[in-house]
Design a protein around this ligand. Structure first.
Ligand code: C2G
Length: 439
C-alpha cells in the first residue's frame, strides 16, 4: 500500500483544494491530510483564516477524499508524520515548489500544479472590502498602522483626515481621500480608525456613529464614564460597532495568559502590577492618558472594574494641562489589589506581574507587546514558559478582529468589553477632575 500525505489550511474549501486532494489521492492508495491548527496558522502568518479547525476538518472529511485526517500543529511536524505513518509520498501545490525538498530524505516529494483563478484570500475578500478611513495627526503610528493593514484580507484603507498629510508616508499621501474635514472621511468610508488627540475622541466617534459608521478608536474612547456610556448606546442604537483599540488584547500570548489565570493555574489572584514607561516622545508627557488604558487592561480583565477604592498618585510637569511625568493608580478590591505605573517622564522596567496564592505570572518588558511569559512557582521545577508568535505588535490581529466584528457582526471577536472601556474612562475622568494625590 502506497501512503500519500498532504497538508493545508483548507479555509473556505474550494475547487482548487478539492482538485489538489483528488490528484494527491491518485498518487497512491491511502491519503492522509494534515490540516493546520488555528494557532499554527497564526504562528506561520496566516492570520486571516475565517473558519476554525473543526469546520475545516469537517469540510475536508465531507469530500470523502481523505482516508485519514490529522492536525498539523508545529514546525517540522511533517518529518514526524512521514516517519510515524510510513509515508511514501509527500505532495503539495506548486505554489510551494522547492520549499519541501528537504523531505526528499524521507519520502518522494511531488508538487502538483496549483489551480488558477481561485484562492481562500480571494473568497475572504469577496464581500466588498471594508473601506477604512484614518483620523489623526501622528505619522509615526498611522504609517505603521497602514503597513500592518497590508496583512489583513478584506480591509482597504481608503483615506485620511489630517491637518498636514505631507508628514505621512507616500502611500498615505496618495490615498483616494485626503482631507482635513471629518465629514468627508466619514461619508466616504465604511468605518474609521481614530488616533486623534484624546480630548477629540468623543466628538470624532460620535460623528461617525451618528453617520452609522463603525469605529475603531484608540483608548480611552472618551474622558468620562457618561460620555463613554453615551457612545456605546449610540453604537447599539445605530447597529454599529465601537471597538476600543488596545492591541495587547489581540495578542495570542495575552489571550492565553488570561485563560491560564482564569483556570486557577496560579491560585487566587491577590495582585496585578502593570508598568508601562516610554520616553520616546519627550515633547509631551501625558503618561496616564497615553498609557493608562493599556496598563489597566490586565487589571480590569483579571480583577474586574468593581474595585472598592482607588488612589491616583501623580508627579506633574504641568498640572493645569494634565501633563504628568509619572502616574501610579492603586486599586483596592475585596480580596485583591492592583497597581499600574505609567510614565513618559520617567523610566522603569515595563513588566507585568500577576501574583497568585499558588504562584505568579511574569511577563517581561515590553509586556504590552507580549509574545512570551512565564508561570513561576516556589518549586522552580514546576515553572512553565509560554511563547506565542506576535508579528507587528498585534495591530494586524486587532484589524482582523475589527473587520470580523464590523462586517459580520461577530461580536465575540471584540476582546475589550464595554465594562473595561467604561472602567478606563472612569479613571481618566477622576484624574482630569483632580482626584489626584500630587507628589
Ligand atoms: N491549492 C491549489 N490551488 C489553489 C489553492 C490551493 O492547488 N487555487 C493547494 C495548495 O497549494 C495546497 C492546498 O491546496 O497544497 C491547501 O492550500 P491552503 O489551504 O492555502 O494551505 P497552504 O498553507 O497553502 O498549504 O505546509 C504546507 C502548507 O500548509 C500548504
Amino acid at each position: 500500500m502506497k501512503t500519500v500525505i498532504t497538508y493545508g489550511t483548507f479555509d473556505l474549501l474550494h475547487y482548487g483544494h478539492i482538485r489538489l486532494l483528488e490528484r494527491a489521492k491518485e498518487l497512491g492508495d491511502y491519503l492522509i491530510v494534515g490540516i493546520t491548527s488555528d494557532d499554527f496558522d497564526k504562528i506561520r502568518g496566516k492570520i486571516n483564516v475565517q473558519q476554525p479547525l473543526a469546520e475545516r476538518v469537517a469540510a475536508v472529511k465531507a469530500t470523502g477524499l481523505a482516508d485519514q485526517i490529522i492536525v498539523e500543529e508545529y514546525e517540522g511536524q511533517k518529518i514526524d508524520d512521514i516517519q510515524r505513518y510510513g509515508v511514501d509520498c509527500f505532495t503539495v501545490g506548486s505554489d510551494w515548489v522547492g520549499k519541501f525538498d528537504y523531505l526528499k530524505d524521507y519520502c518522494d516529494v511531488v508538487y502538483l500544479d496549483r489551480t488558477k483563478g481561485v484562492s481562500s484570500s480571494q473568497l475572504r475578500s469577496k464581500d466588498r472590502k471594508l473601506k477604512l478611513g484614518l483620523v489623526g495627526e501622528t505619522p509615526v503610528f498611522l504609517n505603521k498602522f497602514y503597513e500592518e493593514n497590508k496583512y489583513v484580507n478584506g480591509v482597504e484603507i481608503n483615506g485620511i483626515c489630517t491637518e498636514d498629510v505631507s508628514k505621512f508616508c507616500d502611500e498615505i499621501q496618495k490615498l483616494d481621500i485626503v482631507t482635513n474635514d471629518l465629514d468627508d472621511i466619514i461619508k466616504n468610508s465604511d468605518a474609521v480608525y481614530i488616533k486623534s488627540e484624546h480630548d477629540l475622541h468623543y466628538e470624532h466617534i460620535k460623528k461617525a456613529l451618528e453617520a452609522k459608521k463603525n469605529v475603531l478608536c484608540e483608548s480611552p474612547v472618551a474622558l468620562s464614564k457618561k460620555q463613554c456610556e453615551e457612545l456605546f448606546d449610540l453604537a447599539d442604537k445605530n447597529g454599529c460597532v465601537l471597538m476600543d483599540a488596545i492591541r495587547t488584547a489581540y495578542s495570542t500570548a495575552y489571550a492565553r495568559l488570561l485563560l491560564l489565570v482564569k483556570s486557577g493555574k496560579i491560585g487566587d489572584v491577590v495582585s496585578v502590577e502593570a508598568t508601562c514607561t516610554s520616553m520616546k516622545y519627550l515633547k509631551r508627557t501625558k503618561s496616564l492618558l497615553d498609557w493608562g488604558a493599556n496598563a489597566m487592561l490586565p487589571v480590569f480583565d483579571i480583577l474586574g472594574t468593581n474595585y472598592k477604592s482607588k488612589t491616583i498618585i501623580s508627579r506633574f510637569k504641568d498640572k493645569g494641562n494634565h501633563e504628568d511625568y509619572y502616574t501610579q493608580v492603586d486599586f483596592i478590591y475585596d480580596k485583591a489589589t492592583a497597581s499600574i505605573k505609567v510614565a513618559e517622564g520617567a523610566k522603569s522596567e515595563g513588566s507585568l506581574v500577576i501574583i497568585g496564592t499558588k504562584g505568579y505570572i511574569y511577563v517581561p518588558a515590553p509586556w504590552w507587546k507580549m509574545d512570551y511569559f512565564e508561570v513561576r512557582y516556589e518549586d522552580q521545577e514546576e515553572n512553565k514558559r509560554y511563547f506565542y508568535q506576535l508579528d507587528g505588535e498585534g495591530i494586524r490581529y486587532e484589524l482582523v478582529a475589527f473587520a470580523r466584528v464590523a462586517q459580520n457582526k461577530e461580536m465575540d471577536y471584540n476582546r475589550i468589553s464595554k465594562d473595561v472601556s467604561l472602567g478606563i474612562c472612569g479613571v481618566m475622568e477622576d484624574f482630569l477632575g483632580g482626584e489626584v494625590v500630587e507628589i
